[in-house]
Design a protein around this ligand. Structure first.
Ligand SMILES: CC(C)(COP(=O)(O)OP(=O)(O)OC[C@H]1O[C@@H](n2cnc3c(N)ncnc32)[C@H](O)[C@@H]1OP(=O)(O)O)[C@@H](O)C(=O)NCCC(=O)NCCS
Length: 191
């Protein structure tokens, strides 16, 4: 069977629920894109202008077209109680030959940070990838100035595999990027 992210699931945790992103989440995406701290922590150089009709249209197009892609899975992270959008978590660049994919996550700034949402969302989507989809390896990159994210990834079982020195230029400084990954046998061992 060919590996695919064509199925877009809803994954239910204690604090958050993950479900496919859609038109109703565009305001949340815009909040993410204009947040300077989220942009720094994700190394996002592109400037999003919330006053620009073209930028807003691009954001809307992005969130309304994710279902068309079977090589990635873009899920909104919403509070289980109330259903408020608090961010997104993504499995991307599915490599069907090697049963591997990339990972990214971003929460909407201080209103969502540090409440256990990131850890739970990461566990939910990683569990889905290994247990339902049949992925064998999930990899990510985290900047040296983001120890909170690294701690979350280590808690979930990601292992540091190497460092790309001075891979990011931010505020006139060089920043190292750490490569981390988790493989299915790590996940099975700890489950
Ligand atoms: C990274 C991110 C997803 C984590 O999600 P979160 O909901 O804030 O994190 P949680 O509340 O689940 O867990 C935070 C953990 O980090 C720890 N922590 C907080 N600040 C820390 C720091 N400076 N150094 C090390 N650990 C730290 C907390 O104590 C907690 O660990 P614990 O549960 O063992 O006590 C979220 O903060 C985020 O979206 N940040 C902005 C974008 C980003 O950084 N994305 C990742 C890019 S690689």
């Amino acid at each position: 069977m060919t590996l695919s992210f064509a199925q877009k699931p809803t994954l239910v945790g204690d604090r958050v629920l993950l479900r496919p992103v859609g038109a109703g989440d565009v305001d949340g995406l815009v909040e993410l894109l204009v947040d300077p701290e989220s942009n720094r922590l994700t190394g996002t150089h592109a400037v999003f202008d919330p006053e620009s009709a073209a930028d807003l249209e691009k954001a809307e197009r992005w969130y309304t077209s994710r279902d068309d892609h079977d090589d990635r899975l873009d899920l909104a992270i919403v509070e289980r109680e109330g259903g408020t959008y608090v961010g997104e978590v993504v499995l991307k660049e599915l490599d069907t030959d090697n049963r591997a994919c990339g990972f990214r996550i971003s929460l909407v700034g201080p209103r969502a940070f540090g409440r256990g949402y990131g850890t739970e969302a990461t566990r939910l989507i990683v569990g889905h990838a290994f247990e339902t989809v049949g992925v064998n390896r999930i990899e990510l990159e985290v900047f040296d100035f983001n120890p909170r994210a690294r701690h979350v990834y280590e808690k979930v079982g990601f292992v540091h595999e190497g460092t790309k020195r001075q891979a990011l230029r931010w505020d006139d400084e060089w920043v190292d990027t750490h490569m981390m990954a988790i493989v299915a046998s790590d996940w099975r061992r700890q489950s």
